[in-house]
Design a protein around this ligand. Structure first.
Ligand SMILES: Cc1cc2nc3c(=O)[nH]c(=O)nc-3n(C[C@H](O)[C@H](O)[C@H](O)COP(=O)(O)OP(=O)(O)OC[C@H]3O[C@@H](n4cnc5c(N)ncnc54)[C@H](O)[C@@H]3O)c2cc1C
Length: 434
């Protein structure tokens, strides 16, 4: 097969790839210079929609409605946009081999791609229960959610199992969002997770108590402190039961598993320096290999604000890291330099009519403000994280745009606090005056 050669190649066609393409276009890219190679069959889209409006029975989101960059209020990049710019999109094309020393990528179909500069934007893959040999985990109607194909299969099952029973395995944000959409689709929903409360990596017990209470009031059954250890299937191979470690058995027509992800970096193993499970980069997303950059979920980068090195699996970082890498590539070509990446971690989730945002770091003492009673109408509460006498992180449920801007500013400025009781009493007004 003929070899294809580009000045820039982005491997992976998700959020980071789309925002990188827009930045390339802004900075100036000649037709034929840039190629995006994606395993998925569609142009880059805003992945968070998959566990939200994409699964709604009404007001459903469908492509082309949520192609990047609508998620951040930008222009929607339709496939024609790439064509107009002379950016080649190789869709349904999986790279199965990368030879960084030879600047070569090889696809599953045997195509060879050469590049001068490579941006690795392969994102993450889900952790599967079959990876741990969980009995019956390969039964039909057990789903995972990462790509649009996964979401389409889930939608088919929801239609086929009308008013059936859904078990959500995992209590992270994906589990919580999927629990909500399953309920909205009129399924009878149970959620199972081993931790003492949902989203334990971010939520405090007080924050989680609100969401667990809210979900319970919506009729969702929450089973904590145990895990799914096996599944039984009917004669068609379709899942029928979820067996829990504590001996309980849950009936299920659909199981959705959201137990975490892992960055997709196996193609580059042994060729590039790694750190904290990702590809190590500098503040410009340059890896240890010349002319190779890594962005989005796969990058472990210097987080200047916390004087730390981190990997971040949030859409906001995927967008911003991609833009930073492209700016750095273009600047280095012109012998210029740009500012180091100075990221303020930002994460959000939405389910039912709830919507929360978190900025900063969740370390140190916590101060809950507002009422976290699941029945308080309308819900408005939050939490400050205070470390070494400074506010370093803020969480807020149902903030207005101004309030969310205010908490972002607090997390960035890290104002000092002397008295945690005072901070609790001041609540959101503390953030509003920073
Ligand atoms: C269902 C869901 C909901 C989410 N909701 C939120 C949210 O509410 N808030 C938030 O902050 N974050 C959310 N995230 C996380 C966010 O979407 C990711 O952090 C973001 O998509 C990362 O962007 P990325 O470009 O690094 O990877 P991705 O967007 O995952 O893109 C990677 C792309 O690379 C392709 N690829 C991988 N390997 C190869 C290969 N070998 N060859 C070719 N192509 C390849 C993949 O098919 C994919 O298209 C959510 C994620 C999921 C899955």
């Amino acid at each position: 097969m003929a070899e294809k050669s580009f000045k820039y190649v982005i491997v992976g066609g998700g959020v980071a790839a789309g925002y990188a393409a827009r930045e390339f276009a802004k900075q100036g890219v000649q037709p034929g210079e840039l190629a995006i190679i994606s395993k998925e069959a569609v142009a880059p889209y805003e992945r968070p929609a998959l566990s939200k409006a994409y699964l709604f029975p009404e007001g459903t989101a469908r492509l082309p409605g949520f192609h990047v960059c609508v998620g951040s209020g930008g222009e929607r990049l339709l496939p024609e946009w790439y064509k107009e710019k002379g950016i080649e999109l190789f869709l349904s094309t999986e790279i199965v081999k990368a030879e960084l020393a030879a600047k070569t990528l090889i696809s599953a179909a045997g195509e060879t791609f050469k590049y001068h500069t490579l941006i690795i934007a392969t994102g993450s893959t889900v952790i599967r229960l079959t990876d741990f040999g969980v009995q019956g985990a390969d039964s039909k109607n057990i789903f995972y959610l990462r790509e649009i194909d996964d979401a389409d299969k889930l939608i088919e099952a929801i239609k086929a199992k009308k008013n059936g029973k859904a078990v959500i395995v995992g209590g992270g944000y994906i589990g919580l969002e999927l629990g909500a959409v399953a309920k909205i689709n009129n399924l009878e929903v149970s959620m199972v997770y081993p931790e003492p409360w949902c989203m334990p990596r971010l939520f405090t017990a007080d924050i989680a108590a609100f969401y667990e209470g809210y979900y319970a009031n919506k009729g969702i059954k929450i089973i904590k402190g145990t895990v799914a250890v096996g599944f039984t299937a009917d004669s068609n191979g379709e899942v029928k039961e979820v067996k829990l470690k504590d001996g309980r058995v849950l009936e299920a027509d659909i199981v959705v598993v959201g137990v975490g992800g892992r960055p997709l970096i196996s193609l580059f193993k042994g060729q590039v320096e790694e750190e904290k499970g990702g590809i190590k980069t500098d503040a410009f997303f340059k890896t240890s290999v010349p002319d190779v950059y890594a962005v989005g979920d796969v990058a472990t980068f210097p987080l200047k604000l916390f004087n730390d090195i981190r990997r971040v699996e949030h859409v906001d970082h995927a967008r911003k890291s991609a833009e930073q890498a492209v700016k750095a590539i273009k600047a280095s070509e012109e012998g210029k330099s740009i500012e180091e990446y100075d990221y303020l971690p930002f994460f959000y989730s939405r389910s039912f009519d709830l919507s929360w945002q978190f900025y900063g770091d969740n370390v140190g003492d916590t101060v809950l403000f507002g009422s976290n009673k699941p029945t308080s109408p309308p819900p408005k509460f939050g939490t400050y994280w205070v470390k070494d006498g400074k506010v370093v992180g803020v969480f807020l449920e149902s903030g207005t745009p101004e309030e969310n801007k205010a908490i972002a500013k607090v997390a960035r400025v890290q104002p000092p606090v002397e008295n945690l009781d005072l901070l609790k009493n001041e609540g959101l007004s503390f953030a509003s005056k920073i």
